[in-house]
Design a protein around this ligand. Structure first.
Ligand code: ATP
Length: 444
Protein backbone atom coordinates (compact mmCIF):
# COMPACT_ATOMS: atom_id res chain seq x y z
CA UNK A 1 0.00 0.00 0.00
CA UNK A 2 1.14 3.51 -0.62
CA UNK A 3 0.31 4.59 2.89
CA UNK A 4 2.27 7.43 4.42
CA UNK A 5 2.87 6.62 8.10
CA UNK A 6 2.91 9.28 10.79
CA UNK A 7 2.65 7.71 14.26
CA UNK A 8 -0.65 5.84 14.27
CA UNK A 9 -1.93 7.88 11.34
CA UNK A 10 -1.76 6.44 7.83
CA UNK A 11 -2.94 8.01 4.60
CA UNK A 12 -3.82 5.73 1.70
CA UNK A 13 -4.27 6.81 -1.90
CA UNK A 14 -6.72 4.33 -3.40
CA UNK A 15 -6.89 3.82 -7.16
CA UNK A 16 -10.20 3.50 -9.00
CA UNK A 17 -12.08 0.27 -8.15
CA UNK A 18 -9.64 -0.62 -5.41
CA UNK A 19 -10.49 -1.16 -1.77
CA UNK A 20 -8.77 -0.84 1.56
CA UNK A 21 -9.54 -3.96 3.60
CA UNK A 22 -9.47 -3.40 7.32
CA UNK A 23 -9.83 -5.74 10.27
CA UNK A 24 -10.33 -4.22 13.71
CA UNK A 25 -10.78 -6.43 16.76
CA UNK A 26 -13.48 -5.78 19.33
CA UNK A 27 -10.97 -4.40 21.86
CA UNK A 28 -9.59 -1.78 19.44
CA UNK A 29 -10.84 1.36 17.79
CA UNK A 30 -9.77 2.76 14.46
CA UNK A 31 -11.02 5.96 12.90
CA UNK A 32 -11.34 6.28 9.13
CA UNK A 33 -11.76 9.55 7.31
CA UNK A 34 -12.34 10.28 3.62
CA UNK A 35 -9.98 13.16 2.79
CA UNK A 36 -10.84 13.40 -0.91
CA UNK A 37 -12.53 11.46 -3.71
CA UNK A 38 -15.40 9.02 -3.15
CA UNK A 39 -15.55 5.94 -0.99
CA UNK A 40 -18.10 3.55 0.42
CA UNK A 41 -18.19 0.69 2.91
CA UNK A 42 -20.37 -2.11 1.50
CA UNK A 43 -22.49 0.38 -0.42
CA UNK A 44 -22.76 3.03 2.31
CA UNK A 45 -21.01 6.24 1.27
CA UNK A 46 -18.45 7.84 3.54
CA UNK A 47 -19.15 11.54 3.86
CA UNK A 48 -16.21 13.70 2.80
CA UNK A 49 -14.28 14.86 5.86
CA UNK A 50 -16.50 12.89 8.21
CA UNK A 51 -14.83 10.34 10.50
CA UNK A 52 -16.17 6.86 11.32
CA UNK A 53 -14.90 4.88 14.28
CA UNK A 54 -14.65 1.16 13.58
CA UNK A 55 -14.43 -1.53 16.26
CA UNK A 56 -15.03 -5.29 15.94
CA UNK A 57 -15.39 -5.15 12.15
CA UNK A 58 -13.80 -6.65 9.08
CA UNK A 59 -14.71 -4.49 6.13
CA UNK A 60 -13.54 -2.81 2.95
CA UNK A 61 -13.45 0.87 1.98
CA UNK A 62 -14.05 0.81 -1.75
CA UNK A 63 -13.76 3.62 -4.28
CA UNK A 64 -15.26 3.76 -7.78
CA UNK A 65 -12.99 6.61 -8.93
CA UNK A 66 -10.18 7.39 -6.45
CA UNK A 67 -9.94 8.25 -2.79
CA UNK A 68 -7.58 9.49 -0.18
CA UNK A 69 -8.29 7.78 3.13
CA UNK A 70 -6.85 8.56 6.52
CA UNK A 71 -6.67 5.80 9.13
CA UNK A 72 -6.04 6.72 12.76
CA UNK A 73 -5.25 3.86 15.15
CA UNK A 74 -3.81 0.38 14.75
CA UNK A 75 -6.01 -1.99 12.74
CA UNK A 76 -5.27 -5.74 13.09
CA UNK A 77 -4.96 -5.86 9.30
CA UNK A 78 -5.07 -3.16 6.66
CA UNK A 79 -4.19 -3.58 2.99
CA UNK A 80 -5.21 -2.33 -0.43
CA UNK A 81 -6.56 -4.69 -3.12
CA UNK A 82 -8.16 -4.48 -6.53
CA UNK A 83 -11.90 -5.21 -6.32
CA UNK A 84 -13.38 -4.40 -9.72
CA UNK A 85 -14.54 -7.91 -10.70
CA UNK A 86 -16.73 -8.47 -7.64
CA UNK A 87 -17.97 -4.89 -7.24
CA UNK A 88 -18.76 -4.50 -10.95
CA UNK A 89 -20.89 -7.61 -10.99
CA UNK A 90 -22.71 -6.54 -7.80
CA UNK A 91 -23.35 -3.15 -9.44
CA UNK A 92 -24.59 -4.84 -12.63
CA UNK A 93 -27.02 -6.91 -10.59
CA UNK A 94 -28.18 -3.75 -8.81
CA UNK A 95 -28.74 -2.02 -12.18
CA UNK A 96 -30.89 -4.93 -13.36
CA UNK A 97 -32.90 -4.77 -10.11
CA UNK A 98 -33.43 -1.03 -10.59
CA UNK A 99 -34.94 -1.65 -14.02
CA UNK A 100 -37.34 -4.13 -12.48
CA UNK A 101 -38.31 -1.68 -9.74
CA UNK A 102 -38.99 1.10 -12.23
CA UNK A 103 -41.05 -1.23 -14.42
CA UNK A 104 -43.04 -2.41 -11.38
CA UNK A 105 -43.87 1.08 -10.16
CA UNK A 106 -44.98 2.35 -13.56
CA UNK A 107 -47.13 -0.64 -14.51
CA UNK A 108 -50.87 -0.51 -14.03
CA UNK A 109 -51.00 -4.21 -13.24
CA UNK A 110 -51.49 -4.70 -9.49
CA UNK A 111 -49.72 -8.04 -9.58
CA UNK A 112 -46.42 -6.91 -11.14
CA UNK A 113 -43.77 -6.94 -8.44
CA UNK A 114 -40.30 -5.55 -8.11
CA UNK A 115 -37.29 -7.88 -7.79
CA UNK A 116 -37.26 -10.59 -5.15
CA UNK A 117 -33.67 -11.67 -4.79
CA UNK A 118 -32.35 -14.60 -2.77
CA UNK A 119 -28.59 -14.58 -2.15
CA UNK A 120 -27.07 -18.05 -1.71
CA UNK A 121 -23.62 -19.59 -1.40
CA UNK A 122 -21.41 -21.47 1.02
CA UNK A 123 -20.51 -20.16 4.45
CA UNK A 124 -18.17 -17.18 4.22
CA UNK A 125 -19.04 -16.49 0.60
CA UNK A 126 -19.94 -12.89 1.40
CA UNK A 127 -23.74 -13.33 1.24
CA UNK A 128 -24.63 -10.84 3.98
CA UNK A 129 -22.22 -8.35 2.43
CA UNK A 130 -23.84 -8.66 -1.02
CA UNK A 131 -27.27 -8.17 0.62
CA UNK A 132 -25.94 -5.04 2.34
CA UNK A 133 -24.56 -3.66 -0.92
CA UNK A 134 -27.80 -4.33 -2.84
CA UNK A 135 -29.98 -2.75 -0.16
CA UNK A 136 -27.70 0.25 0.30
CA UNK A 137 -27.54 0.90 -3.44
CA UNK A 138 -31.35 0.71 -3.63
CA UNK A 139 -31.59 3.27 -0.83
CA UNK A 140 -29.10 5.56 -2.55
CA UNK A 141 -30.64 5.37 -6.01
CA UNK A 142 -32.68 8.41 -6.73
CA UNK A 143 -34.89 6.33 -8.95
CA UNK A 144 -38.38 7.01 -7.83
CA UNK A 145 -40.91 8.32 -10.29
CA UNK A 146 -41.97 11.84 -9.31
CA UNK A 147 -45.67 11.44 -8.62
CA UNK A 148 -45.52 8.14 -6.79
CA UNK A 149 -42.46 9.08 -4.78
CA UNK A 150 -43.76 12.48 -3.78
CA UNK A 151 -47.11 11.03 -2.75
CA UNK A 152 -45.36 8.52 -0.54
CA UNK A 153 -42.81 10.98 0.80
CA UNK A 154 -39.82 8.97 -0.44
CA UNK A 155 -36.94 9.86 -2.72
CA UNK A 156 -35.46 6.39 -2.78
CA UNK A 157 -36.58 2.78 -2.57
CA UNK A 158 -37.25 1.02 0.70
CA UNK A 159 -36.50 -2.63 -0.04
CA UNK A 160 -37.17 -5.27 2.58
CA UNK A 161 -34.17 -7.22 3.83
CA UNK A 162 -35.10 -10.74 4.89
CA UNK A 163 -32.59 -12.64 7.00
CA UNK A 164 -33.19 -16.38 7.03
CA UNK A 165 -29.81 -17.18 8.59
CA UNK A 166 -30.68 -18.29 12.15
CA UNK A 167 -27.03 -18.94 13.04
CA UNK A 168 -25.29 -15.71 12.01
CA UNK A 169 -28.10 -13.16 12.00
CA UNK A 170 -27.44 -9.65 10.84
CA UNK A 171 -30.30 -7.72 12.43
CA UNK A 172 -32.08 -9.62 15.18
CA UNK A 173 -30.76 -12.08 17.80
CA UNK A 174 -29.64 -15.60 16.84
CA UNK A 175 -32.40 -18.16 16.52
CA UNK A 176 -34.74 -15.73 14.77
CA UNK A 177 -35.66 -14.96 11.19
CA UNK A 178 -36.65 -11.42 10.35
CA UNK A 179 -37.77 -8.99 7.69
CA UNK A 180 -36.87 -5.32 7.99
CA UNK A 181 -37.60 -2.39 5.68
CA UNK A 182 -34.28 -0.74 4.79
CA UNK A 183 -34.81 2.99 4.44
CA UNK A 184 -31.19 4.15 4.57
CA UNK A 185 -27.83 2.73 3.47
CA UNK A 186 -26.55 0.19 5.97
CA UNK A 187 -24.16 2.03 8.27
CA UNK A 188 -20.85 0.18 8.80
CA UNK A 189 -20.90 1.01 12.51
CA UNK A 190 -24.57 0.97 13.47
CA UNK A 191 -25.48 -1.89 11.14
CA UNK A 192 -28.87 -2.59 9.66
CA UNK A 193 -31.73 -0.30 10.57
CA UNK A 194 -33.66 -2.05 13.30
CA UNK A 195 -36.90 -0.09 12.95
CA UNK A 196 -40.04 -2.19 12.97
CA UNK A 197 -38.59 -5.57 12.10
CA UNK A 198 -40.97 -8.46 11.60
CA UNK A 199 -39.38 -11.23 13.68
CA UNK A 200 -40.14 -14.92 14.20
CA UNK A 201 -38.53 -16.95 16.95
CA UNK A 202 -37.21 -20.36 15.92
CA UNK A 203 -35.00 -20.91 18.95
CA UNK A 204 -32.16 -22.90 17.35
CA UNK A 205 -28.89 -21.92 15.67
CA UNK A 206 -29.47 -24.34 12.79
CA UNK A 207 -32.67 -25.01 10.80
CA UNK A 208 -31.73 -28.71 10.89
CA UNK A 209 -32.94 -28.82 14.52
CA UNK A 210 -36.52 -28.69 13.25
CA UNK A 211 -36.85 -28.05 9.51
CA UNK A 212 -40.65 -28.29 9.54
CA UNK A 213 -40.89 -25.54 12.18
CA UNK A 214 -38.40 -23.39 10.27
CA UNK A 215 -40.43 -23.78 7.07
CA UNK A 216 -43.66 -22.93 8.90
CA UNK A 217 -42.09 -19.67 10.15
CA UNK A 218 -40.80 -18.74 6.67
CA UNK A 219 -44.33 -19.31 5.34
CA UNK A 220 -45.86 -17.20 8.12
CA UNK A 221 -43.45 -14.38 7.35
CA UNK A 222 -44.16 -14.67 3.61
CA UNK A 223 -47.90 -14.27 4.24
CA UNK A 224 -47.36 -11.04 6.21
CA UNK A 225 -45.01 -9.64 3.56
CA UNK A 226 -47.47 -10.52 0.79
CA UNK A 227 -50.21 -8.64 2.63
CA UNK A 228 -47.96 -5.59 3.02
CA UNK A 229 -47.20 -5.65 -0.72
CA UNK A 230 -50.89 -5.89 -1.59
CA UNK A 231 -51.50 -2.70 0.36
CA UNK A 232 -48.43 -0.74 -0.77
CA UNK A 233 -47.37 -0.27 -4.39
CA UNK A 234 -43.96 1.14 -3.43
CA UNK A 235 -43.18 -1.81 -1.18
CA UNK A 236 -44.22 -4.14 -3.99
CA UNK A 237 -41.93 -2.35 -6.44
CA UNK A 238 -38.91 -2.09 -4.12
CA UNK A 239 -38.91 -5.85 -3.59
CA UNK A 240 -36.98 -8.14 -1.28
CA UNK A 241 -33.33 -8.97 -0.70
CA UNK A 242 -33.05 -12.29 1.13
CA UNK A 243 -30.00 -13.60 2.97
CA UNK A 244 -29.68 -17.34 3.51
CA UNK A 245 -27.49 -19.62 5.57
CA UNK A 246 -24.43 -21.27 4.07
CA UNK A 247 -25.92 -24.79 4.10
CA UNK A 248 -26.46 -25.66 0.48
CA UNK A 249 -26.66 -29.45 0.25
CA UNK A 250 -29.10 -32.11 1.45
CA UNK A 251 -31.71 -30.60 3.76
CA UNK A 252 -30.04 -27.18 3.38
CA UNK A 253 -30.74 -27.30 -0.37
CA UNK A 254 -34.32 -28.39 0.29
CA UNK A 255 -34.74 -25.36 2.57
CA UNK A 256 -33.39 -23.05 -0.14
CA UNK A 257 -35.97 -24.43 -2.62
CA UNK A 258 -38.65 -23.97 0.03
CA UNK A 259 -37.63 -20.31 0.62
CA UNK A 260 -37.63 -19.65 -3.15
CA UNK A 261 -41.17 -20.91 -3.42
CA UNK A 262 -42.55 -19.45 -0.14
CA UNK A 263 -41.19 -15.94 -0.77
CA UNK A 264 -41.96 -16.01 -4.54
CA UNK A 265 -38.30 -15.39 -5.32
CA UNK A 266 -37.60 -14.51 -8.95
CA UNK A 267 -33.83 -13.96 -8.90
CA UNK A 268 -31.42 -16.32 -7.18
CA UNK A 269 -27.90 -14.86 -6.92
CA UNK A 270 -25.38 -17.63 -6.34
CA UNK A 271 -21.98 -16.56 -5.03
CA UNK A 272 -19.09 -18.53 -6.43
CA UNK A 273 -20.63 -22.01 -6.54
CA UNK A 274 -20.85 -23.71 -9.94
CA UNK A 275 -22.56 -26.88 -8.74
CA UNK A 276 -25.24 -24.98 -6.83
CA UNK A 277 -25.78 -22.66 -9.81
CA UNK A 278 -26.28 -25.67 -12.12
CA UNK A 279 -28.55 -27.46 -9.64
CA UNK A 280 -30.72 -24.39 -9.11
CA UNK A 281 -30.90 -23.67 -12.84
CA UNK A 282 -32.10 -27.22 -13.43
CA UNK A 283 -34.59 -27.09 -10.55
CA UNK A 284 -36.10 -23.63 -10.51
CA UNK A 285 -34.64 -21.90 -13.56
CA UNK A 286 -36.43 -24.22 -15.95
CA UNK A 287 -39.90 -23.83 -14.45
CA UNK A 288 -41.53 -21.50 -16.97
CA UNK A 289 -38.61 -19.08 -16.84
CA UNK A 290 -40.01 -17.32 -13.74
CA UNK A 291 -36.88 -17.68 -11.66
CA UNK A 292 -33.59 -16.36 -12.96
CA UNK A 293 -30.41 -17.89 -11.55
CA UNK A 294 -27.36 -15.62 -11.77
CA UNK A 295 -23.80 -16.29 -10.72
CA UNK A 296 -21.78 -13.74 -8.76
CA UNK A 297 -18.06 -13.82 -8.01
CA UNK A 298 -16.84 -13.95 -4.44
CA UNK A 299 -14.90 -10.95 -3.21
CA UNK A 300 -11.27 -11.77 -2.40
CA UNK A 301 -11.68 -9.85 0.85
CA UNK A 302 -14.28 -12.06 2.53
CA UNK A 303 -12.96 -13.22 5.87
CA UNK A 304 -13.59 -16.80 7.00
CA UNK A 305 -14.88 -17.54 10.48
CA UNK A 306 -14.60 -20.86 12.32
CA UNK A 307 -17.22 -22.57 14.48
CA UNK A 308 -15.79 -21.10 17.65
CA UNK A 309 -15.87 -17.55 16.24
CA UNK A 310 -19.47 -18.10 15.12
CA UNK A 311 -20.53 -19.28 18.59
CA UNK A 312 -18.83 -16.22 20.12
CA UNK A 313 -20.49 -13.97 17.55
CA UNK A 314 -23.90 -15.43 18.53
CA UNK A 315 -23.20 -14.81 22.24
CA UNK A 316 -22.09 -11.29 21.42
CA UNK A 317 -25.25 -10.66 19.39
CA UNK A 318 -27.44 -11.81 22.30
CA UNK A 319 -25.38 -9.70 24.71
CA UNK A 320 -25.79 -6.62 22.54
CA UNK A 321 -29.55 -7.27 22.40
CA UNK A 322 -29.66 -6.83 26.18
CA UNK A 323 -26.76 -4.42 26.78
CA UNK A 324 -26.49 -2.54 23.46
CA UNK A 325 -23.57 -2.85 21.04
CA UNK A 326 -21.52 -0.40 23.15
CA UNK A 327 -22.89 -1.61 26.51
CA UNK A 328 -24.98 1.56 26.59
CA UNK A 329 -28.24 -0.11 27.67
CA UNK A 330 -29.37 -1.23 31.11
CA UNK A 331 -31.20 -4.53 30.87
CA UNK A 332 -33.69 -5.30 33.55
CA UNK A 333 -33.65 -8.37 35.80
CA UNK A 334 -37.14 -9.25 36.95
CA UNK A 335 -39.11 -12.13 38.40
CA UNK A 336 -42.28 -13.33 36.71
CA UNK A 337 -45.00 -15.59 38.11
CA UNK A 338 -44.54 -19.07 36.70
CA UNK A 339 -48.28 -19.70 36.88
CA UNK A 340 -49.26 -16.79 34.65
CA UNK A 341 -46.86 -17.54 31.79
CA UNK A 342 -46.83 -20.40 29.30
CA UNK A 343 -43.64 -21.77 27.83
CA UNK A 344 -43.91 -23.88 24.69
CA UNK A 345 -41.62 -26.02 22.67
CA UNK A 346 -42.24 -27.01 19.05
CA UNK A 347 -41.57 -30.66 18.17
CA UNK A 348 -42.30 -33.76 20.17
CA UNK A 349 -40.37 -35.35 23.03
CA UNK A 350 -36.66 -35.92 23.28
CA UNK A 351 -34.93 -35.95 19.92
CA UNK A 352 -33.81 -39.48 19.22
CA UNK A 353 -31.57 -39.70 16.17
CA UNK A 354 -32.90 -42.11 13.52
CA UNK A 355 -29.77 -44.22 14.06
CA UNK A 356 -30.91 -44.84 17.64
CA UNK A 357 -34.21 -46.38 16.52
CA UNK A 358 -34.69 -50.10 15.86
CA UNK A 359 -33.92 -51.11 12.29
CA UNK A 360 -36.71 -50.10 9.90
CA UNK A 361 -38.51 -47.92 12.46
CA UNK A 362 -39.10 -44.23 11.87
CA UNK A 363 -39.56 -41.58 14.51
CA UNK A 364 -43.18 -40.76 15.23
CA UNK A 365 -42.18 -37.43 16.64
CA UNK A 366 -44.37 -34.73 15.09
CA UNK A 367 -42.04 -31.82 14.35
CA UNK A 368 -44.92 -29.35 14.48
CA UNK A 369 -46.39 -30.58 17.75
CA UNK A 370 -46.67 -27.68 20.17
CA UNK A 371 -46.05 -28.87 23.72
CA UNK A 372 -46.17 -26.90 26.98
CA UNK A 373 -43.00 -27.03 29.06
CA UNK A 374 -42.95 -27.14 32.86
CA UNK A 375 -41.17 -24.28 34.62
CA UNK A 376 -38.23 -26.29 35.90
CA UNK A 377 -34.53 -25.55 36.30
CA UNK A 378 -34.04 -27.03 32.79
CA UNK A 379 -35.11 -23.62 31.56
CA UNK A 380 -32.17 -21.86 33.22
CA UNK A 381 -29.95 -20.07 30.64
CA UNK A 382 -32.64 -20.67 28.03
CA UNK A 383 -33.28 -17.86 25.57
CA UNK A 384 -37.05 -17.59 25.10
CA UNK A 385 -38.95 -15.79 22.36
CA UNK A 386 -41.83 -13.63 23.62
CA UNK A 387 -44.58 -14.13 21.04
CA UNK A 388 -47.18 -11.57 20.14
CA UNK A 389 -50.48 -13.00 21.19
CA UNK A 390 -53.07 -13.51 23.77
CA UNK A 391 -53.18 -16.47 26.13
CA UNK A 392 -56.92 -16.86 26.06
CA UNK A 393 -57.24 -17.48 22.35
CA UNK A 394 -54.18 -19.63 21.92
CA UNK A 395 -54.07 -22.57 19.54
CA UNK A 396 -51.11 -24.62 18.28
CA UNK A 397 -51.23 -22.82 14.94
CA UNK A 398 -50.67 -19.50 16.74
CA UNK A 399 -47.37 -20.66 18.19
CA UNK A 400 -46.25 -21.54 14.66
CA UNK A 401 -47.43 -18.30 13.10
CA UNK A 402 -47.13 -15.53 15.67
CA UNK A 403 -44.26 -13.07 15.24
CA UNK A 404 -42.01 -12.48 18.18
CA UNK A 405 -41.88 -9.23 20.14
CA UNK A 406 -38.44 -9.85 21.64
CA UNK A 407 -36.39 -12.32 23.63
CA UNK A 408 -35.72 -12.86 27.32
CA UNK A 409 -33.17 -15.04 29.05
CA UNK A 410 -34.06 -17.20 32.04
CA UNK A 411 -31.48 -16.67 34.78
CA UNK A 412 -33.06 -18.76 37.56
CA UNK A 413 -36.16 -20.83 38.20
CA UNK A 414 -37.31 -20.71 41.81
CA UNK A 415 -39.89 -23.51 41.82
CA UNK A 416 -40.58 -23.26 45.55
CA UNK A 417 -41.76 -19.65 45.21
CA UNK A 418 -43.26 -20.15 41.75
CA UNK A 419 -40.98 -17.47 40.32
CA UNK A 420 -38.91 -17.37 37.15
CA UNK A 421 -36.10 -14.82 37.09
CA UNK A 422 -35.47 -13.36 33.67
CA UNK A 423 -33.31 -10.78 31.99
CA UNK A 424 -35.24 -8.52 29.63
CA UNK A 425 -33.93 -5.59 27.58
CA UNK A 426 -36.00 -2.94 29.34
CA UNK A 427 -38.25 -2.71 32.39
CA UNK A 428 -42.00 -3.17 32.16
CA UNK A 429 -44.36 -6.05 31.69
CA UNK A 430 -43.73 -8.42 28.80
CA UNK A 431 -45.89 -7.87 25.71
CA UNK A 432 -47.48 -11.30 26.15
CA UNK A 433 -47.42 -14.35 28.37
CA UNK A 434 -46.52 -16.71 25.51
CA UNK A 435 -42.90 -17.83 25.58
CA UNK A 436 -41.25 -20.14 23.07
CA UNK A 437 -38.23 -22.22 23.91
CA UNK A 438 -35.69 -24.00 21.70
CA UNK A 439 -32.06 -24.96 22.14
CA UNK A 440 -30.60 -21.43 22.34
CA UNK A 441 -28.74 -20.91 25.62
CA UNK A 442 -26.93 -17.84 26.92
CA UNK A 443 -24.96 -17.00 30.06
CA UNK A 444 -24.94 -13.39 31.17
P1 ATP B 1 -22.06 -16.75 6.62
O1 ATP B 1 -21.15 -17.91 6.51
O2 ATP B 1 -22.26 -16.32 8.03
O3 ATP B 1 -23.35 -16.94 5.92
P2 ATP B 1 -21.53 -14.72 4.64
O4 ATP B 1 -21.45 -15.55 3.42
O5 ATP B 1 -22.80 -13.96 4.85
O6 ATP B 1 -21.20 -15.57 5.91
P3 ATP B 1 -20.24 -12.20 5.11
O7 ATP B 1 -20.78 -12.09 6.49
O8 ATP B 1 -20.84 -11.33 4.06
O9 ATP B 1 -20.29 -13.73 4.64
O10 ATP B 1 -18.66 -11.96 5.07
C1 ATP B 1 -17.81 -12.56 6.01
C2 ATP B 1 -16.90 -11.52 6.64
O11 ATP B 1 -16.05 -10.97 5.63
C3 ATP B 1 -17.66 -10.34 7.24
O12 ATP B 1 -17.00 -9.97 8.43
C4 ATP B 1 -17.53 -9.24 6.19
O13 ATP B 1 -17.62 -7.96 6.75
C5 ATP B 1 -16.14 -9.54 5.64
N1 ATP B 1 -15.97 -9.06 4.25
C6 ATP B 1 -16.79 -9.28 3.20
N2 ATP B 1 -16.31 -8.71 2.08
C7 ATP B 1 -15.14 -8.11 2.44
C8 ATP B 1 -14.13 -7.35 1.74
N3 ATP B 1 -14.24 -7.10 0.44
N4 ATP B 1 -13.06 -6.91 2.44
C9 ATP B 1 -12.94 -7.16 3.76
N5 ATP B 1 -13.83 -7.87 4.48
C10 ATP B 1 -14.91 -8.34 3.83
Amino acid sequence: ADGEPSGDVMTYHLKAEHELRIEVDFDRQVTVKLLSGDAEIFGCELPKGGAKTLSGVKCAIFTWHAAQIQIVGKPDACYEAEASAAMRSYLNLHTALEERRKAAVTTTSPTTKGPRVLVVGNTDAGKSTVCKILCSYACRADAMHGGVAAAAGHDHWVPVFVDLDVGQNSVTPPGTICAVPVDAPVDPVDGWPGEAPLVYYFGHASPGENAAHYKALVESMARVLAQRETDDVLARAAGLVVNTMGWTDGLGYDLLLHAISALSIDIVAVIDHDKLTAQLKAHVGSQGGDVQVVKLPKSGGVVTRDTNFRKRARDRMIRSYFYGSRSELNPCASAIDASSFKVFRVGGGARAPNTALPLGATSRMDPLRVAPLPMTRDLERCVLGVLHGDNAALGDADVLSKPCAGIVCVTEVDASRGKVHILQPSPGSLPSKLLLSGTMRWND
